[in-house]
Design a protein. Structure first.
Length: 437
């Protein structure tokens, strides 16, 4: 007699097969690309997060857990950041500890209530002295221009698994088998996992969960970081920064920044080579003059909304102004009209002014608003990749490149620099570049 199979089991199997069959019609790399684009298009998001580990009964009590509030967005000074507020257990038997920590592309920031300190540290390969929580934000790569490159570029295989539902959201599941785990990862040394699974929302393409799996044969440990209740928002700067209570001491091990007088400026040349000193340390009557460092523009290419491709070669012999801005950028609202006036002032000179709209969620609306404002500078919508090339972290930023391809000016707005100051100093740099031709 053939046993009867419950209808509920049959339906469950059919749904799983349908989900798997549907997944096979998709390309995992295209899904990752779509997720990367979706992350670049949004101003930011908030969510609840949960991190937990699974290592079977042998390691159940030794694995960490963490939960709290998660913010992702563009910090005015630090660029893309992740801010986590909540609590952590370093082991399941450990007491909970409060966390308030921020991850940027070049640094970590955290508040340590017990020591009444606000701490800042550059990202490095060593994790010594770093709170455990930073190592457990497994989704931190979303602050990168390509969040999946670290895993995909080191992949033995990339496969699409059957869809799963994460916190009520249907997700595509991408399984990446890493070719060579790297315990010396440059981000907190947590690169020793052998496999990673990304769970990408089927509709909005935003990551909902990531698993880091360390499979050593007899031992298999999975660390999971999950986002739920995601809301697309334009985070405030308070939401993107750690608490900074009065009376706390700020401790930083970041390399000290040069003063404004030391920053590269055509009027204040920096030195590439130290002046030659005599071996007896006596004064040299004929010292070798210091030569200014020449900072050439990196390779760039973009296509204005109306026009053909612009690149280093097409701008040879012309002065180029790159205005990095965004429709979401509040200070840019005062700066853009002044940049337009700058275009008019140099209309008869060999000068081109390009407004590079960065991270626009709706390019069509950006174009419509730009045109309705009657701005005179050229609109560019395909230049997000130039943020890294020109090391732009604050908006707006203006870059002036002379006719030989050398950057003679690069400034961003700040607390001491108004929109008028920024554009006026750029105007002077443009005029100097014209006079030097």
């Amino acid at each position: 007699m053939i046993p009867r199979i419950p209808v509920t089991i049959i339906i469950s199997v059919l749904v799983s097969l349908a989900s798997f069959a549907g997944a096979q019609d998709k390309n995992p790399n295209e899904i990752l690309d779509a997720s990367r684009d979706a992350l670049q298009e949004i101003s930011g998001l908030s969510a609840q997060f949960r991190m937990k580990g699974d290592g079977g009964s042998m390691f159940a009590d030794t694995l960490p857990s963490m939960n709290g509030q998660f913010f992702f967005g563009n910090h005015d000074e630090l660029g893309k950041v992740i801010h986590c507020i909540g609590e952590i257990r370093e082991q399941q038997t450990s007491p909970t500890q409060a966390i308030d920590m921020l991850i940027a592309s070049d640094r970590y920031l955290w508040t340590e209530i017990s020591k009444r300190t606000i701490n800042e540290r550059p990202i490095a390969s060593s994790t010594r002295g770093l709170p455990t929580g930073f190592q457990l934000v497994l989704i931190d790569s979303i602050i990168s221009d390509d969040p999946f490159a670290k895993d995909a570029n080191n992949a033995q295989s990339i496969d699409l698994l059957a869809q799963e539902t994460i916190s009520g959201v249907l997700c595509d599941v991408i399984h990446i088998k890493r070719a060579k785990p790297d315990a010396r990862s440059n981000r907190t040394g947590k690169g020793a996992y052998t496999d990673v699974r990304w769970y990408i929302g089927d509709k909005d393409k935003l990551p909902r969960k990531v698993d880091h799996i360390t499979d050593a044969g007899l031992v298999k440990i999975t660390l999971s970081f999950e986002l739920n209740n995601i809301k697309i928002i334009d985070p405030t700067q308070l939401q993107l920064d750690i608490a900074r209570p009065d009376g706390f001491t700020f401790k930083s091990t970041m390399p000290k920044e040069r003063t404004e007088e030391q920053v590269e400026d055509p009027a204040i040349p920096t030195i590439t080579e130290p002046s030659l000193q005599p071996t007896d340390r006596t004064a040299n009557p004929n010292p070798k003059p210091a030569e200014p460092r020449i900072k050439r523009a990196p390779s760039y290419a973009f296509t204005p909304a109306s026009g053909s491709e612009t690149n280093n070669a097409t701008q040879d012999g012309r002065v180029t102004v790159l205005y990095f801005w965004g429709s979401w950028c509040v200070p840019c609202k005062a700066t853009s009209p002044l940049v337009s006036q700058l275009t008019q002032d140099f209309a008869l000179e060999p000068v081109d002014v390009f407004g590079l709209a960065i991270r626009e969620a709706d390019p069509a609306q950006t174009t419509l608003d730009f045109n309705s404002s009657n701005f005179l500078h050229a609109l560019v919508l395909d230049a997000d990749q130039l943020i890294s090339s020109f090391k732009v972290r604050v908006f707006p930023t203006i870059v002036v490149i002379d006719h030989t391809g050398v950057i003679t000016y690069q400034r961003s707005i700040n607390k001491e620099t108004t929109a008028e100051d920024l554009v006026e100093s750029a105007r002077e740099a443009v005029q100097q570049a014209i006079d030097a031709q």
